[in-house]
Write a protein that binds this ligand. Structure first.
Ligand code: BEZ
Length: 210
């Protein structure tokens, strides 16, 4: 069955470009991003892996460990990394899982047979420090992902895990947020003594908490 938000993500052992890992142990107490690409030595995937490598500092700043995956073998990942460095400016600086037996792809439902019965789609799983699934996204092979959007949702996930707030459409770090619907006005007075703006009784906004 497909993974659902709030589920504990499956643990697994795998071979990666940075050695063998046990996934939960590798995550430790950090946030994690596990993402698949369909195939090494393909154009969109080359740009995606380069983009993630170039954003490594942004993931680090947020305390997020990133790991990629495809069903290609280790020697393919290693050879392709040189092309990524050459064409995108940075080689992958995060581990890439060689899931040649499709064990992890099956566990995480990353192969969608009606799209392609042997290759993974472009899956993204954001995992919290509690090992629970916080967000998932699925893109087809023909569409490269927007990794700035991934960082944006991680900012929202980390903020809303810490404070009883939600983030509005197109929210970006530093913009106003919404008081969570589960918080009564009485509780909001204690949580947000600086006050808020009531646009509607169900839509209460305030500056982003620090
Ligand atoms: C690509 O990355 O361009 C790609 C990969 C697999 C199938 C189609 C396109």
């Amino acid at each position: 069955m497909a993974l659902r938000l709030g589920d504990t993500v499956p643990d697994f052992k795998a071979e990666t470009t940075e050695g063998s890992i046990s996934f939960h142990q590798w995550l430790g107490d950090k946030w994690g991003v596990l993402f698949s690409h369909p195939k090494d030595y393909t154009p969109v995937c080359t740009t995606e892996l380069g983009r993630v490598a170039n954003l490594k500092g942004e993931f680090d700043k947020r305390g997020v460990k990133v790991i990629g995956l495809s069903v290609d073998p280790l020697n393919s990942h290693e050879g392709w990394s040189k092309d990524i460095a050459e064409t995108q400016g940075t080689a992958p600086n995060f581990p890439l899982i060689a899931d040649h037996d499709k064990k992890v792809s099956d566990l995480y439902d990353m192969i969608h047979p009606n799209a392609n019965d042997t290759l993974t789609v472009r899956s993204v799983f954001v995992i919290g420090p509690d090992k629970k699934l916080k967000l998932s996204m699925t893109y087809p092979a023909s569409t490269g992902r927007n990794f700035d959007e991934l960082l944006r949702v991680i900012d929202s996930l980390q903020l809303t895990a810490k404070h009883k707030v939600a983030t509005p459409a197109d929210w970006k770090q530093g913009q106003d947020v919404i008081i969570a619907g589960s918080v009564s006005d009485d509780d909001a007075k204690k949580l947000f003594p600086q006050g808020w703006k009531t646009v509607k009784p169900y839509l209460r906004t305030l500056p982003q908490p620090k």
